[in-house]
Design a protein around this ligand. Structure first.
Ligand SMILES: *Cc1c(COP(=O)(O)O)cnc(C)c1O
Ligand code: SF4
Length: 373
């Protein structure tokens, strides 16, 4: 058995084993892991320093998960945007493909809590069905391998999926969404990196929520991926009691950049049943963005988004602070130090002096609309 599989198998999944390491009541945990499985890898267990700390909250089952009765199981209505099993086609040119429902850890706040860690996910032939869908849909140029965690599949299966995807000429980029590098870094083997490299352009968005997750072992795993030429992004979920603080968030963003990971999205927590105790106000996220923008490297500022309940997709939010007014004269702007600036519009009427563009392109868009708008 490969070393990473052995380490994954040594993860904690049973309440009585958890009680050997942490101060928990195994009977209380037992009730929760029926509906919502637990898994804690040795790497993650080793980063828990105190009861209820930022790592603990993310992975140790909490009885309040079962008190949340009215919230939806699938608030993003992914199941309604799924033309074939395990494929979500919500945006015009990209799709999400869930290739497994297994994860290195089961995050207590997971949006897909309804699916992850349960048996019997991918049935025979379903992957072929998804590949066939992609082959027929020429508008899809970007596929995101997700789950669950796609990097928990064995190398030969990842190889087979990538090979099938790369046989589709209109697919341009392949992305992975994964929490493996931060929780099971041993999985990022030289063999895996070598295989992934053959299918470029491959991008990865890694899941990190707290600066303590970036241990030296984790950073080394990220370096192996970056050295394989894979651009690394990070997705972070805003979580009450974990990272809902500008200073913690700034430290996280700096740690990510040090590991050659570019912060991509900061998500407002979803409404998923069993996770509502993690939700913060929307203002908390806006204040964090405000505390980052201008105060530190622009590279360290993720897009803050709400994945709209009901399947509206990701909607970006910016603090309502920067644009004070906008009219024909120009924009009145406030910078990060609360100083006011004016940006004038280009001279009015100027565009009318431009020669009229006659419609030469077949869609005609460059003509009148382009000039006079
Ligand atoms: C997040 C997401 C994507 C990718 O969105 P980007 O903004 O391109 O990163 C695609 N499909 C679904 C269903 C998603 O939730
Ligand atoms: S790794 Fe991702 S998919 Fe898996 S439990 Fe955590 S948030 Fe959910």
């Amino acid at each position: 058995m490969e070393e990473w599989k052995r380490i994954l198998a040594a993860s904690i999944t049973k309440p009585k084993d958890l009680a050997k390491h942490l101060d928990v009541d195994p009977k209380e945990i037992e009730e929760i892991v029926g509906p919502y499985p637990m898994r804690i890898t040795p790497t993650v267990l080793a980063t828990i320093k105190a009861k209820g700390d930022a790592i603990w909250k993310q992975v140790v089952p909490d009885p309040v998960e079962l008190d949340d009765l009215d919230s939806p199981d699938d608030p993003l209505e992914e199941d309604l945007d799924s033309p074939v099993p395990h494929l979500v086609h919500r945006y015009p040119d990209r799709v999400l493909l869930m290739v497994t429902n297994q994860c290195p850890i089961y995050c207590r706040f997971c949006t897909r809590k309804r699916l992850v860690g349960k048996p019997g996910f991918l049935k025979k032939g379903e992957l072929d069905q998804a590949i066939a869908y992609l082959r027929q849909h020429r508008e899809v140029r970007d596929v995101i391998l997700s789950g669950g965690d796609p990097l928990l599949l064995p190398d030969h299966l990842i190889d087979r999926i990538l090979n099938a995807l790369r046989s589709i000429p209109h697919l341009e980029i392949i992305r992975f969404g994964t929490r493996v590098p931060g929780t099971l870094p041993q999985r990022i083997t030289p063999e895996l990196c070598h295989m992934l490299k053959r299918y470029h352009p491959i991008y990865m968005n890694l899941h990190f929520n707290h600066p303590d997750e970036l241990t030296s072992e984790v950073k080394e795993a990220c370096a192996r991926l970056a050295d394989a030429g894979i651009p690394l992004g990070a997705q972070t979920v805003l979580l009450k009691g974990v990272n809902d603080d500008p200073e913690i968030m700034k430290r996280l963003m700096h740690q990510l950049l040090l590991a050659r990971i570019k912060p991509y999205y900061l998500y407002q927590a979803d409404l998923t049943k069993g996770t509502n105790h993690f939700r913060t106000t929307v203002e908390t996220g806006l204040k964090i963005i405000q505390a980052l923008q201008g105060h530190t490297s622009g590279m360290a500022v993720p897009h803050f988004v709400i994945d709209a309940p009901g399947g509206g997709g990701k909607i970006p939010l910016l603090p309502n602070e920067y644009l004070l007014n906008l009219d024909e004269q120009g924009a009145v702007l406030k910078n990060y130090e609360n100083k006011i600036y004016h940006y004038p519009q280009p001279a009015r009427g100027r565009s009318r002096e431009l020669p009229m563009v006659t419609s030469s392109s077949s869609n005609g868009w460059c003509s009148i609309k382009g000039v006079y708008e």
